[in-house]
Design a protein around this ligand. Structure first.
Ligand code: AMP
Ligand code: TRP
Length: 327
């Protein structure tokens, strides 16, 4: 079985990324051949700073190794190191409907109210589809916000297969049962995000322990006092319960039982502490890995070579099926 996922290079990684995606990369790397891609080419579709892109890319590589991706159990690489990704995006744009891209909610959200909306922001889901399809991927571990993009990738695979002959495997998104959509602690009806959310309501994987504790202490909860998992009625408390459940591996029903008759305050304090413990080993490992840029670059270089080898036959087949004369 082949596993593939991608994660953006810019934007500091938060507990939503960790729970919704990163920890599941680490868990799936032994289920088959796993490729994980830092999608640096995606970063230029919105306003960004070149130096920031450069530094954040290396930060993220160190962070992914720190959460448990092992260079000998999976392939981690940078999208820009494997030129086939940009080529596949162009080829797949031939089977992508203009109207289809216009319906992407992420495009609408990210473009809303902006003075300048890049063409790249519009076509970005095609690049993402190519990322996945080039690796003949079976499963894609991602958070809930990527459902529509995965649907598009499936659709493009099917359209290509029927127009040019069977080539791509049709991938399946895998979403975590708990934590597929972690909410902002200050605005629990909005998804946690470094671009759209509040700073105080966004817990970063690399936040110092005191900052993590404070963010949970000041989390917005709902009226009432009962610690019950009811995402529609009690979004704030339910979000904390989900985070606590993941951080402690305690089923949701057990969390409810443990806090029965106690107020929200106890829960907030305990979730903060549990998350500090959850991130402690990650932060320690990160501090070890990040300064050695030579080693990070070496690992990424090896990853790119492996990724190129895996994806090259599919890219070549795309060109041939589409009628290109090959060198
Ligand atoms: P990004 O940093 O936007 O590339 O997102 C990386 C991964 O994190 C994707 O699989 C997203 O679906 C996932 N993700 C982002 N925000 C959240 C969230 N608030 N809750 C759960 N998963 C998330
Ligand atoms: N678009 C995804 C996001 O915003 C990142 C991504 C790019 C991705 N390519 C991918 C995710 C391929 C899964 C598979 O988070």
């Amino acid at each position: 079985m082949r596993v593939f996922s991608g994660i953006q290079a810019t934007g500091e990684k938060h507990i939503g990324n960790y729970i919704g995606a990163m920890r599941n990369y680490a868990a799936t790397q032994d289920e088959g051949d796993a490729d994980f891609c830092i999608v640096d080419l995606h970063s230029i579709t919105v306003d960004y700073d070149p130096q920031d892109l450069h530094d954040r890319t290396l930060d993220l590589a160190a962070l992914l190794y720190a959460v448990g991706l092992e260079p000998d159990r999976c392939t981690l690489f940078l999208q820009s190191h494997v030129s086939g990704h940009a080529e596949a995006a162009w080829l797949l744009s031939a089977v992508t409907g203009f109207g289809q891209l216009g319906r992407m909610t992420q495009f609408k959200e990210k473009g809303e109210g902006k003075e300048f909306v890049s063409a790249g922001l519009f076509t970005y889901p095609v690049l993402m589809a190519g990322d996945i399809l080039l690796y003949q991927t079976d499963i894609v571990p991602v958070g809930d916000d990527q459902r529509q993009h995965i649907e598009l990738a499936r659709d493009l695979a099917e359209r290509f297969n029927s127009r040019y002959g069977e080539l791509f495997k049709v991938p399946r998104g895998v979403f975590p049962e708990i934590g597929a959509r972690i909410m902002d602690l200050q605005e629990p009806t909005n998804k946690m995000s470094t671009t759209g959310g509040t700073q105080q309501g966004t817990v970063l994987v690399l936040d110092p322990p005191d900052v993590i504790r404070r963010k949970f202490k000041t989390a917005v909860t709902d009226s009432g006092r009962e610690v019950r998992y009811l995402p529609d009625e009690k979004p704030g408390v339910s979000n904390l319960i989900e985070i606590f459940s993941v951080a402690t591996s305690m089923p949701i029903a057990d969390v409810e039982a443990a806090y029965d008759g106690r107020g929200y305050g106890d829960l907030k304090g305990d979730v903060g502490e549990a998350v500090v413990e959850l991130f402690r080993p990650v932060q320690e490992k990160y501090a070890e890995l990040r300064p050695d840029e030579g080693e990070l670059r070496r690992r990424l270089h090896v990853g790119a070579e492996k990724a190129r080898e895996t994806s090259a036959p599919t890219l070549e087949a795309m060109y041939r099926r589409m009628g290109f004369v090959r060198p």
